[in-house]
Design a protein around this ligand. Structure first.
Ligand code: PHE
Length: 460
């Protein structure tokens, strides 16, 4: 490699950055709602199985490809697997671009809620304003565009500063803060009346609720939540030193992501179950739980809510930011590694390109009718929801399937075994088991999702 690509300063740096990528709106916004929608315990159980049987092996596969080639997604797949596989990397870059385009809009909402909560905490909560204003807020085009732009700008500023000086440094500050806030929230939520019921809802599977659709939904969520299927972990793995164990690093990231998703759901359910009638009042909107239901509960029900409300939305912003950073890094590092652009040029150009897409998404919540009200896919409405559908249902799963085939079937066993066991893997890791999962179980499960999507199911 001619130019210095940068690298993590230590394993902790990698783990925090990769956990930062994984922990995001998927954990705080999507997971609680999907769990709710799919009957609680039985869904959580399926999700855990998907994480362990599919997510963890693919996480190792992606980090392995990145670490061994020390190149970003397109170059890494070309070099490790073969020239024809470059386009799978290209699909990853495109996916990063698309997800980033709509993700920043929701991240922008969290930013706005953080400032609102700061104001409410000081001046008193204005519930009437909140309830009537959500629709007005999301259809206020200029505000939506400004918030998405602001979030994109924050992302660009971090990515501009490179791997150890930008991404790792941000993760070292944001992630520990996020963990502390989450623990505080958890303590407060567990002290509420609804905590018992929330735990029971989450951890006692009711098998009568089991159906294939939610098993597949659990798998799709596992991909999105772990940032798999589009090369984010290949890219982050490419800055990892060969002295660090792949299974160990992957294990820690997967564990952290899962703990945070579960804690976030426990917190939200404990709050919701503590208020009589609230359970029934939750409507069919994903946005609703985080942005309509929770704020008023914070001020009216949660112990220390005045303090915790702004902190909570700060946590959502931090989680989203470390994810948008990884998405932009996948896109920018393609231009840096493969096109020899400088980091500055790549980051600013890609950041601007994504912003154009975000701008359109930001206007698709009612601000601009042609973007807000078309339906190409049944049940989807407007640009935002179509892009989420396209990325989560098609791009991530397809990318994930191709990556498992590449690593499981094209790469030689001796190569993958050496990569996974040098330095020595932790005791819980078994290479034959990993090989079985990556060759058979993971691709079959992912193929099952794709077939189900073709037959009309929706996991976004
Ligand atoms: N994992 C992130 C989340 O849970 C989203 C993401 C997907 C980030 C794919 C990077 C790549 O919010």
């Amino acid at each position: 490699m001619l130019h210095d690509r940068g690298h993590w300063s230590s394993r902790l740096g990698f783990v925090l950055a990769a956990a930062g990528s994984a922990i995001g709106l998927g954990n705080l916004w999507k997971f609680p709602y999907i769990t709710w929608d799919n009957g609680g315990g039985v869904f959580v159980l399926m999700y855990l199985v998907c994480i362990a049987a599919v997510g963890l092996p693919i996480m190792m596969a992606e980090i392995l490809v990145g670490r061994s080639t020390q190149r970003s997604v397109v170059g890494a797949l070309k070099e490790a697997v073969g020239p024809a596989w470059g386009w799978v990397g290209g699909l990853g870059v495109l996916t990063g671009f698309v997800i980033l385009g709509y993700y920043t809009v929701i991240a922008g909402w969290a930013l706005r809620y953080f400032f609102d909560c700061l104001r409410w905490s000081v001046q008193g909560f204005d519930g009437a304003a909140l309830n009537t204003n959500f629709g007005v807020f999301v259809s206020d085009g200029s505000q939506q565009v400004m918030l998405a732009a602001l979030f994109m700008l924050l992302t660009v500023v971090v990515v501009l500063r490179g791997i150890s000086g930008g991404i790792e440094r941000a993760a070292r500050i944001l992630m520990p803060t996020l963990f502390v806030i989450l623990v505080l929230m958890l303590i407060s939520a567990l002290s509420m009346e609804g905590a018992q019921e929330a735990l029971a809802f989450m951890f006692t599977p009711d098998f009568s609720q089991f159906h294939a659709g939610s098993a597949l939904e659990a798998l799709g969520q596992a991909f999105f939540s772990l940032s798999l299927g589009m090369g984010a972990m290949i890219t982050y793995g490419s800055y990892l030193s060969k002295e660090e164990s792949v299974p160990k690093s992957a294990g820690i990231v997967v564990l952290l992501d899962t703990l945070i998703a579960i804690s976030a759901a426990v917190i939200m359910f404990a709050v919701i179950f503590s208020v009589p009638g609230m359970k029934e009042a939750i409507t069919g909107s994903t946005a609703g739980m985080l942005f309509i239901t929770l704020p008023s509960l914070f001020y009216n029900e949660v112990p220390f809510g005045v303090l915790l409300a702004p902190l909570f939305y700060l946590l959502v912003c931090f989680a989203a930011l470390t994810s948008t950073i990884s998405l932009l890094e996948v896109v920018a590092s393609y231009f840096i590694d493969e096109r020899r652009w400088s980091r500055t040029r790549a980051t600013i150009t890609c950041g601007f390109g994504v912003f154009v897409l975000s701008l359109l998404c930001a206007l698709s919540f009612g601000a601009w009718d042609p973007l807000s009200s078309f339906t190409w896919v049944e049940g989807k409405n407007g640009l935002f929801s179509h892009l989420d559908y396209l990325a989560a249902n098609w791009f991530l799963t397809l990318g994930g399937l191709l990556i498992t085939i590449a690593v499981g079937w094209v790469l030689s066993r001796s190569f993958t075994e050496t990569e996974l066991t040098t330095p020595p893997a932790p005791g819980w890791f078994s290479y034959p088991a990993w090989l079985f999962f990556i060759r058979f179980l993971a691709p079959l499960a992912v193929a099952a999702i794709i077939v189900a999507v073709i037959l009309g199911a929706d996991f976004s």
